[in-house]
Design a protein around this ligand. Structure first.
Ligand code: PLP
Length: 399
């Protein structure tokens, strides 16, 4: 018999499954709000001009494709560090930060998880309730028990900060706490600057291991303001982890460009930690691919291209904001009595709309509008052509 004869079919990824149903829908007015991708006003994934310019130069230079260092090139890792920690960072000056290029934010979480599993084999990992759907599976696959801490509060459509803090305050020392650094996925509800300082103090008091997941730097208020959580932890003197990604901010989803950064207590520790992290990488995929990282490094290390990128990133941010305010206004204009103003306060690409699973189902079957059954919608999938249709449809299903 085949060794695969008894293999069971794994459950479909819920969001990819949604995309498949969307693709099969024949209605021309259909809209996919289930995605986690930024689309421009024409409903297309943009190729940024800064990226195109850097790619053209790279094509002309025609560099050879030798193996990269296991941790990726210094030009890339240094650029990542400057974005996360700021160019004037004392941690960077003191050699307290180890950074390795990774296969997107997911790859950064994975090598971070594998490394922590070797460092702290008995740790439990805590993720927000709810969280990005891959967090639990990823840390479980790395061998950790995974539990939730309270996060979203349906009543206020904001953060249940008291509940979150109270839970963190009960955790065993050495527990790993995964925190969305900005633009919380899936809820769009973020902590305030003051709340970040409180989280830092709980982590310090209880000896927790913070793991910041930064997948959307620049999508809320800008590159610097969106780094507030990183800066709060940086000022604390604690050791912590950051996974970061350029999938969204550079619109380079398929190139898989991200990084893992680890803050240590000093230069000597950094060297030892990097040597261990390199073992994790070496036994996973040996070293990272060249193209995406080279493009990001070229953009970030050129004053001209960096400005071009910041302008384009600002354009994406402004367009999402315009869709947030536009949706709220159009719902009002459609006669919806319910207050949707929370949509403007939520940050990043997503909103937890409060739509029930039945309402989401009705959006799909009656209007060809696809959203996640939890009520999460991607504001970056709205545009000037479909927003009116979506507002009308939501008005119908909430009536
Ligand atoms: N972390 C969070 C919170 C995300 O929302 C995402 C992507 O949706 C990722 C990590 C993964 O990013 P990447 O596509 O770069 O692997």
């Amino acid at each position: 018999a085949s060794i695969f004869a008894a293999v069971e079919m794994a459950p479909r990824d819920p969001i990819l499954g949604l995309n498949e149903s969307f693709a099969a829908d024949a209605r021309s007015e259909k809209v996919n709000l289930g995605v986690g991708v930024y689309y421009d006003d024409n409903g297309k994934i943009p190729l940024l001009a800064a990226v195109r310019t850097a790619e053209k130069a790279r094509l002309e230079a025609a560099p050879a494709r030798g193996y990269q260092p296991i941790e990726g090139p210094a030009a890339y890792n240094g650029a990542v560090q400057n974005l996360l920690f700021g160019t004037d960072s004392a941690l960077l000056a003191d050699g307290k930060v180890v950074t390795a290029q990774a296969l997107g934010g997911t790859g950064a979480l994975k090598i971070g998880a594998d490394y922590i599993r070797r460092l702290l084999p008995g740790a439990t990992v805590y993720i927000s309730d709810p969280s990005w759907e891959n967090h639990r599976a990823l840390f479980e696959a790395a061998g950790f028990p995974v539990e939730n801490y309270p996060y979203y509060e349906a009543g206020t459509r904001g953060v249940n900060f008291a509940g979150m803090k109270a839970r963190l305050d009960t955790l065993q020392p050495g527990s790993v706490v995964v925190l969305h650094a900005c633009c919380h996925n899936p809820t769009g509800a973020d902590l305030s600057d003051a709340q970040w300082n409180e989280v830092v103090e709980v982590c310090r008091a209880r000896g927790l291991v913070p793991f910041l997941d930064m997948a959307y730097q620049g999508f809320a208020d800008g590159i610097e303001p969106d780094a507030v959580a990183v800066r709060a932890f940086s000022a604390s003197g604690l050791q912590f982890f950051i996974s970061s990604s350029f999938s969204k901010s550079f619109s380079l989803y398929g190139e898989r460009v991200g990084a893992l950064s680890i803050v240590t207590a000093g230069k000597d520790e950094s060297a030892r930690v990097l040597s261990q992290l390199k073992r994790v990488i070496r036994t996973n995929y040996s070293n990272p691919p060249t193209h995406g990282g080279a493009i990001v490094a070229a953009v970030l290390n050129s004053a001209e291209l960096r400005q071009m990128w910041e302008d384009e990133l600002g354009g994406m941010r402004d367009r999402i904001r315009a869709m947030r305010t536009g949706l709220v206004e159009q719902l009002k204009a459609e006669g919806v009595a319910q207050d949707f103003s929370f949509v403007v306060k939520q940050r990043g690409m997503f909103s937890y709309t409060g739509l029930s699973a039945a309402q989401v189902e009705s959006l799909k079957s009656d209007f060809g509008i696809y959203a996640v059954s939890t009520g999460r919608i991607c504001l970056a999938a709205l545009n000037s052509k479909n927003i009116g249709y979506v507002a009308k449809a939501i008005a119908q299903v909430v009536k």
